[in-house]
Design a protein around this ligand. Structure first.
Ligand code: TRP
Length: 364
């Protein structure tokens, strides 16, 4: 039995290294899609909005369409770290699946698997051995967890809050993912996952590593600001354009967006962030540059800019919304898609768990 350990402590401070690795990973994904497996996902907390769409969904669809095997985890257990939504969790899970499929993740393609992690016991069992590979101090230092604790204003912090990054490592490692498309805020969790993989291999399987060290894939799309002008578009701030909004609802939401009193529309992200944000969203939806759009609107003012944005978003999202309506009328299909995802995840998870128990010399 080997007793070697990689006792080098976990460092969360590796943004430039992550960025560099992400670039190399992107190049290799293009060249050798068959050598990779993608895993990423979201918490089912409500409707996806255009921030998710331009920020991450489009990127996932792109990877899936390149032929990379793509696992999408609906992280239902993770929701319980800071919310009491268990009465609605199944509904949110289905709703998230509908948004994914409408956005272009095709469960019939044979390489896209969508599943809630609570339905995959083999994945969850990995949490137990993994918990022994990290220290309490490392869990307490996780910057994203610290921020979430602050934001939630919880007075009683449950242990799930501190340990969910290890559970997230199980989400990623159960299928031996190599690429994890995420935003910057998730990088500490990827670092945790890499550490768990490295320590597991060093401790239990130094001759034949069980886990690859996965890498974060940072997408190019910058953060979209909230329509109220705040730093982030997010459901809890009620400043989003939900994908499922109707055309009229979209118009109403955009009408209320915060701008500034200057009539002439110009693209100046530093000086006029709210106007720039609207121009950028319009740019994503139309493929034109924000400068070009600003010039065309000119002294038409915020009213004309908003009308233009409403039109572009409604046109752009039309196919997605049509598909969404079709899916909500055919929930049996959505459920069957999740069942397929769960089945594949369990197959893959069972294999990994067997290897893990074997490496650890557990009784079989
Ligand atoms: N923590 C992620 C979020 O809040 C969701 C998530 C759970 C995830 N498991 C994952 C993301 C695995 C990437 C990989 O958005």
């Amino acid at each position: 039995m080997t007793t070697s350990d990689n006792s080098e402590s976990l460092s969360y401070d590796t943004f430039s290294a992550s960025l560099q690795r992400s670039k190399e990973l992107e190049a290799d994904l293009q060249k050798n899609p068959q050598n990779h497996r993608v895993l990423t996902g979201d918490r089912p907390t409500g409707d996806l909005h255009i921030g998710h769409f331009f920020g991450s969904l489009q990127n996932r669809v792109r990877l899936a369409n390149m032929g990379v095997e793509t696992f999408i985890v609906i992280a239902d257990y993770q929701v319980l770290t800071d919310r009491e939504v268990f009465d609605q969790i199944a509904e949110y899970t289905l709703n998230l699946a509908v948004d994914y499929i409408a956005a272009g993740l095709n469960p019939d393609s044979g390489n896209v698997f969508i599943f809630p992690h609570s339905a995959v016991p083999e994945l969850n069992q990995l949490l137990l051995p993994f918990l022994n590979l990290v220290s309490i101090a490392e869990l307490e230092r996780n910057p994203t967890v610290k921020e979430e604790i602050e934001a939630s204003k919880m007075t009683r912090i449950n242990a799930g809050m501190f340990t969910y990054p290890v559970h997230q490592a199980a989400d990623i490692l159960f299928c031996k993912a190599t690429a994890v498309p995420v935003g910057k805020d998730q990088l500490p969790h990827i670092e945790m996952t890499r550490t768990v993989a490295r320590r597991f291999n060093a401790k239990y399987s130094s001759d034949k590593p069980v886990f690859p060290e996965p890498q974060g894939l940072l997408s190019k799309a910058p953060t979209i600001l909230g329509l109220d002008g705040s730093k982030k578009m997010s459901k809890s701030r009620n400043n989003t354009i939900p994908l499922k909004a109707t055309e009229d609802e979209t118009a109403k939401i955009i009408k209320k967006a915060v701008t500034d009193p200057e009539r002439l529309i110009t693209y100046e992200p530093e000086r006029r962030p709210q106007v720039a944000n609207l121009l950028e969203i319009a740019s994503y939806a139309t493929g034109r540059t924000p400068e070009e759009i600003a010039q065309e609107i000119g002294d038409g003012g915020a009213g004309k800019l908003k009308a233009y944005l409403t039109d572009s978003i409604n046109t752009y999202l039309k196919p997605l919304r049509t598909k969404r309506a079709e899916l909500t009328g055919n929930m049996d299909y959505v459920r069957a898609s999740l069942d397929k995802g769960i089945q594949r995840a369990r197959e893959v998870g069972e294999k990994t768990l067997l290897e893990v128990r074997e490496a650890m010399n557990m009784y079989r």
